[in-house]
Design a binder for this molecule. Structure first.
Ligand code: BGC
Length: 812
């Protein structure tokens, strides 16, 4: 990227008066920054992130690529794939005219209870930092800014706007900041988002950590934007290295900041400094007319193929008794069971949500791969709660007869203001997308369900009525509890339903009047659809087991729902919701060839894991999740992933940390002992350790040589053998320990790894261990303890058959 002409920025800044400068430092609206024609600045569009690019609207008619959740990317352990992930998002952003992507999320998996766990990469700072940096590089190569978020220690959701995280210096620098550092110092991120939470007493939009290490020691020259609504006190935030308030146009700066400058509380040069950063960002993304055009960008790859490949590479085979892979040519009938098999969670909820053109659920993927006649489906156990959008294949627009629905905005007198054909049943209109004077929206569809009795309704906040063939089946007010945060009317809307009995197609009309807006902006948000009701859960489990018994093999897809795993709240239990544990046990008892696919973004408890033939973790696998599941089960591809985070056995182990504040404070008392470091310290055995994952071949680790040292660190050359009869992927992991250290150390810490793709036979790999890996933070700086360090090499943190020692002389 060409460097920015700083003299030009100085000239542009000098052309504006104080009011004009300050106006530019708050968003123009929810998703963009203001334009300033006087200096040739156009608006810049900011878009979530981090696993797709939503664009400015939630409209399904302009769909977005939906990649697997960040946890799946974390499981690849592969910086090349992370670069490709970022690159796919860069191409998406350009296609959607977005200048800034709000990602990657670089918080750590400090606790599996964290509601946004799916959005972050790993429990480990090195793994997180390397993958995040590669993501940023891939994205920014397209001339689109990345926004590593949420700086810093935003590792749980409870009391997320106010919680004060008490983190000691070592944990802060060695873990939480270390995870951000490569994205800034190596990949050169153009923006960073400050978090909602406070750290050690200061809310992050005012926190001294924005100055040091971010803009000082790390030399970050980009823009710090706030998380949405995170800027509070005018003067304190203006004096901090906080540069842009989002969203707008109303915020804590504006006239108040102008007054603070006039009163001498904030120097005008401080305002100029913030504006310089905004203009630098504008120059980088091509939003300044007078700056050179950004360079040519890489060609866009086929996004759906990238999504499928990433889902395969991130899937983790946790257990396999030899059942997998299946040979499609000799496989008989397959029982596919579970709510998530048909209604998969392919992405996390909340602000990360995008609208893909279509998603492939595991049931779809297996049907496509094996043919309809070999695949039999049964729900088995309910997972998703509340209203789920209509399956587009079952609804038609009554006006055009095409698949989809009709939405008509009406004024208070009932007159039609606008009529739209819609492709999906989750409908969100914000701000200018809503016609002036609209009071209600009326959504109608001709619906052709299976004959029977159904719960039909909406998830929304406001007044909802439903008519079926002209008869009222629902007339109610749907309300929030009041405990929810911003975005609740979109992401946490309550469900209201009425009963509809059908033996053929029925004409449905939903009328909705919203009861409020979002952040001062008008909002119409409703999902229309059906709610699954299982009258007799035991009978449903028994029916699923009977189907499994009648088939040759069984696949049970288990997972979470958006009511228990999403943004805005933490989980209260790691158990699978509903009767899913009973379902797996019953199916495994009925058919020994039972394979379980786990569809969650974060650890869940698998108490039956030793009773089934195989367990495949697919995370929230993106829009091609089901194809990837079929690819892996049928052995067309190697399940490439390794756990980026320890999976607990009960969730009650001492090693599992809490994300719940006490008296407004969340104490990170474990210090540097997070994740596998904590499990080793407590001597507890998880369900599956950090770094674990199987493939379809077998390996031995033969020997390792550490050295020589270079300016960067020490290279470890490892010899390993693929002892099976097919090519495969292995991740050779290197951990250090330092028995008898003078400083408190983790039992062992990850210092490097190599991703190896190899045919049968012997091969070598190099694991680069940086000098930083030997350093610890002491007295405000980095220090190295000289002497002997033990190096442990293996295929997970608890499977390290090779050992070597590394001598560190002097300051390393
Ligand atoms: C989330 C951010 C997101 C922003 C805009 C906030 O509530 O914490 O991650 O980028 O909303 O959607």
């Amino acid at each position: 990227m060409p460097s920015v002409d700083e003299d030009l920025l100085t000239t542009l800044i000098a052309r504006l008066d104080l009011e004009a400068k300050v106006r530019l430092l708050t968003g123009a609206d929810f998703w963009s920054t203001p334009a300033e024609p006087a200096i040739g600045l156009r608006r810049m569009v900011l878009s979530d992130g981090p696993s797709g690019v939503r664009g400015e609207s939630f409209d399904e008619r302009s769909p977005s690529l939906s990649l697997p959740s960040s946890t799946a990317l974390g499981a690849t352990w592969d910086p090349d794939l992370a670069r490709r992930y970022g690159s796919a998002l860069g191409a998406e952003a350009r296609r959607q005219h977005a200048d800034v992507v709000l990602g990657p999320t670089i918080n750590l998996h400090r606790t599996p209870f964290g509601g946004r766990h799916f959005e972050a990469l790993s429990e480990d700072p090195l793994l997180t930092g390397e993958l995040a940096a590669a993501y940023v590089e891939g994205l920014q190569a397209h001339g689109v800014a990345a926004t590593p978020k949420h700086y810093v220690a935003n590792d749980a959701e409870s009391e997320r706007f106010t919680v004060d995280n008490a983190v000691d210096e070592r944990a802060l620098h060695e873990l939480y900041l270390a995870a951000f550092e490569p994205a800034v110092t190596r990949a050169g991120a153009w923006a960073v988002m400050s978090a909602y939470n406070a750290v050690n007493g200061a809310t992050m939009s005012e926190n001294p950590l924005l100055a040091e290490p971010l803009t000082g020691e790390w030399g970050f020259d980009g823009l710090v934007m706030s998380d949405w609504g995170a800027v509070r006190a005018t003067v304190a935030s203006a004096r901090a290295e906080q540069h842009l308030v989002m969203p707008g146009p109303v915020g804590s700066w504006g006239e108040r900041l102008v007054a603070a400058v006039r009163d001498g509380e904030v120097e005008e040069s401080v305002v100029d400094g913030k504006l310089r950063r905004l203009l630098r960002l504008a120059a980088r993304v091509g939003a300044l007319e007078v700056a050179p055009t950004p360079p040519a960008v890489p060609a866009a790859e086929d996004g759906a193929a990238v999504a499928r490949g990433l889902a395969v590479a991130g899937s983790v085979l946790l257990r396999n008794t030899g059942e997998l892979p299946w040979d499609a040519s000799s496989l008989g009938t397959v029982a596919v069971l579970g709510h998530n098999a048909a209604l998969a969670r392919t992405q996390g909820g909340g602000s990360a949500t995008v609208r893909p053109a279509a998603v492939v659920a595991p049931l779809d993927g297996l049907r496509a791969a094996l043919g309809e006649d070999r695949v039999r489906y049964r729900l088995g156990a309910q997972v998703a709660e509340g209203v789920q959008p209509f399956d587009p294949a079952t609804v038609t627009d009554p006006v055009t007869g095409e698949p989809g629905l009709r939405a008509v905005f009406r004024a208070a007198d009932g007159s039609a203001l606008r009529s739209e054909h819609r492709l999906g049943a989750s409908l969100i209109w914000m701000g200018a997308e809503i016609p002036d004077g609209a009071e209600t929206v009326e959504v109608s569809a001709r619906w052709a369900p299976e004959p029977g009795t159904h719960r039909v309704g909406a998830a929304a906040v406001g007044h909802v009525t439903v008519h079926a063939d002209g008869t009222a089946v629902l007339d109610t007010e749907a309300v929030l509890t009041g405990d929810e945060g911003p975005g609740a009317a979109i992401f946490e809307a309550p469900s209201v339903t009425g009963e509809v009995g059908t033996d053929g197609p029925v004409d449905l009309v939903f009328r909705f009047r919203p009861s409020g807006g979002e952040a001062g902006m008008a909002l119409f948000a409703l999902t229309v659809g059906t709610e699954t009701v299982v009258a007799d859960p035991q009978a449903e489990v028994a029916a699923a087991a009977a189907l499994a018994a009648a088939c040759d093999v069984a696949v049970v897809v288990v997972g979470t729902s958006d009511r228990i795993e999403s943004e805005g709240f933490d989980r209260t239990s790691l158990a699978l919701p509903g009767h899913q544990d009973a379902l797996v046990r019953a199916v495994a008892a009925a058919n020994p060839r039972t394979v379980v696919v786990v569809n969650s973004g974060a650890p869940v408890l698998l108490p039956w894991r030793d009773e089934v033939a195989a367990v495949l973790l697919g995370w929230f696998g993106g829009e091609r999740f089901g194809d990837a599941v079929a690819d892996v089960l049928l052995g067309h591809a190697e399940p490439g992933g390794r756990l980026p985070t320890t999976w607990p056995a009960t969730g009650e182990e001492r090693s599992v940390l809490s994300g719940r504040p006490t008296g407004g404070v969340l104490r990170y008392d474990e210090g540097v002992h997070v994740g596998h470091r904590n499990w080793l310290r407590h001597g507890e055995t998880p369900a599956y350790p950090f770094g674990h994952g199987l493939g379809y071949t077998t390996w031995t680790l033969d020997h390792a040589v550490a050295g020589p040292w270079s300016a960067d660190g020490v290279a470890v050359t490892v010899t390993l053998t693929n002892t099976g009869d097919r090519a495969g992927r292995q991740v050779v992991q290197a951990y250090l320990s330092r028995p008898g250290s003078d400083v408190e150390r983790p039992a062992r810490w990850l210092v490097g790894w190599a991703v190896v793709d190899a045919a049968p036979g012997t091969t070598t790999a190099t694991v680069a261990v940086s000098r930083r890996a030997f350093r610890h933070r002491a007295g405000g700086t980095w220090a190295t303890e000289p002497g002997t360090y033990d190096l442990h090499l293996g295929f997970s943190v608890s499977d390290t058959p090779l050992h070597a020692t590394v001598e560190v002389v002097g300051e390393g």
